[in-house]
Ligand binder design. Structure first.
Ligand code: NDP
Length: 481
């Protein structure tokens, strides 16, 4: 059977051309599809189409834009199972994880569809008599959305939906490793009758398309999720042009485990935070910082639980951990495991690429736990983005907070405790944007602000009401009557 060809989408037309492959990381013999390799000229055409469509889309009443987003949600909902299977085939995460992510994208479209009937501005009393003051939201213009492979549906959704509801038009550039889930959302936008030019989609090489995007004269804003390296490059370029920019990048997220915690729950939360989605979440736990008094007991339970995890093809029932997304990512994971061995000694479990039956065709790696890790080690400082956990010893709560904050990143953090005073101290002292308590460090919801601090993020937060701040501007009115 020949592979399906997925074309780019520019000005309401499906545009073909040279293609590249999207392969299943659990079985590289499985060709998920062929995607059209966009080039610089197509990027210019896409931005120009978005600019031409802007006035019409922005002048639609916001509830009418909301109705379009509700339709997108409805179309996606009709094919949840198909979209989930496709996501597992292109990204590797397990089928239940993919189902959850598709559901989340649907919720995101519904949430921002509802914002169409609110789109809150400001209404305040004036200091002056017979003067009425208010501020309304206006779109900012053409937005470029550059998305990664790890949440191939939810991240495009959480950028697209708020951009559209505010009246902006967009060009979406998905990750080359997993473009199909984003393509399905764009297909749903097309089916929902969103006018030509409002949503444009261009797959293809990030460096070339990124450059063309940033050079396009009509571009007004960029929202990016991915590596720090690319994020910093985009920031430099966007600042030169005074573009509005929002960056979500890496993390080195801690879970602090205090001696008074519910131990079984803490172990579950750390295992889930570290190894779900093969550790390929920007909010994954990569450091467990454990209070001395329960360090040995916790470690023993953690390793026992980790050894029970089943690694395999995410389409198969009972699998807990799918493959790494591609050859580059598994190489990074294995390289850091070697660094970890040199720094901290052999891991307590894991550490190897899996081979043999069912594994040879994919990028499978064992969940890996290093103990006795200290702050200055590279495996305690640098993002790995794989199933590799560094366990660190803290003398007490204060020491744990100090260790947790001793990295350049500040995306998510988790605390395991039953002491409510510690909880409030942690909320005030931890340097991160997304905090959890007695939950894994990952697992966020669409109706709240998302994003970090320090080197993890830049610009206004994503999701929830905060997303509107990035994708809109205020027009302030002083009116004397
Ligand atoms: P990248 O930052 O390279 O990719 C993210 C997106 O940016 C992709 O769409 C990519 O396109 C695009 N891109 C690449 N280069 C440019 C450029 N010069 N200008 C504009 N866009 C560009 O991340 P990787 O996928 O290579 O992953 C590398 C590491 O990044 C991971 O190991 C992890 O540490 C981190 N990461 C963090 C994520 C997060 O959620 N915070 C998500 C993914 C990765 P293309 O795919 O075509 O290269």
């Amino acid at each position: 059977m020949s592979a399906e060809i997925y074309r780019n989408y520019i000005n309401g037309e499906w545009v073909g051309g040279e293609t590249f492959e999207n392969r299943n990381p659990a079985n590289t013999g499985d060709l998920v599809g062929l995607f059209t390799k966009g080039a610089a000229e197509q990027m210019s055409a896409a931005v120009a189409a978005a600019q031409a469509a802007l006035a019409g889309w922005a002048s639609l009443p916001a509830p009418a834009r909301g109705a379009c987003l509700f339709k997108v949600a409805e179309i996606l909902e009709r094919k949840v199972e198909q979209l989930a299977v496709e996501m597992t085939r292109e990204e590797g995460k397990t089928l239940p994880e993919s189902r959850g992510e598709v559901r989340r994208s649907i919720n995101i479209f519904r949430y921002f569809g509802g914002e169409g009937a609110r789109l809150p501005g400001l209404l305040t009393p004036s200091e002056r008599e017979r003067v009425h003051t208010f501020a309304v939201r206006r779109p900012i213009g053409v937005a470029g959305l550059v998305t990664p492979w790890n949440f191939p549906s939810a991240i495009p959704a959480w950028k697209l939906a708020p951009a559209l509801i505010c009246g902006n038009t967009v060009v979406l550039k998905p990750a080359s490793a997993a473009p199909l889930s984003a393509w399905r959302i764009v297909e749903a936008c097309h089916e929902a009758g969103i006018p030509a030019g409002v949503v444009n989609f261009l797959a293809g090489p990030g460096s070339e398309l990124g450059r063309a995007l940033l050079e396009a004269p009509a571009l007004k804003a960029v929202s990016f999720t991915g590596s720090c390296e690319v994020g910093h490059r985009l920031h430099a370029e966007a600042s030169r042009r005074r573009l509005r920019i929002q960056l979500e990048m890496g993390g080195k997220n801690p879970t602090i485990v205090l001696a008074d915690c519910d131990l079984a729950l803490a172990v579950e939360n750390v295992v889930n935070g570290a190894f779900a989605s093969t550790g390929q979440k920007c909010t994954a736990t990569s450091r467990a910082i454990v209070e001395e008094a329960i360090y040995d007991k916790f470690l023993e339970a953690l390793v026992a639980r980790t050894l029970k995890l089943k690694v395999g093809n995410g389409l198969e029932p009972g699998v807990d951990i799918g493959p790494a997304v591609d050859a580059g990512q598994i190489e990074t994971d294995l390289r850091y495991i070697e660094i970890g061995k040199a720094e901290a000694g052999p891991p307590l479990c894991g550490g190897r690429r899996l081979t043999g039956d069912g594994y040879d065709q994919g990028y499978f790696i064992e969940p890996t736990v290093f103990a006795g890790v200290t702050e200055n080690m590279r495996i305690a400082q640098e993002e790995i983005f794989g199933p590799v956990l560094a366990v660190m010893r803290a003398r007490n709560f204060d020491d744990a907070i100090r260790i947790a904050n001793s990295v350049p990143f500040g995306l998510s953090a988790s605390l395991q405790t039953t002491n409510v005073s510690r909880v409030f101290e942690y909320i005030s002292r931890i340097e991160a944007g997304l905090l959890t308590v007695n939950l894994p460090s990952a697992g966020v919801e669409y109706q709240l602000p998302f994003g970090g601090t320090k080197d993890s993020s830049f610009g206004p937060k994503e999701q929830g009401p905060a997303a509107l701040e990035f994708y809109s501007d205020y027009k302030t009115v002083y009116l004397r009557y």
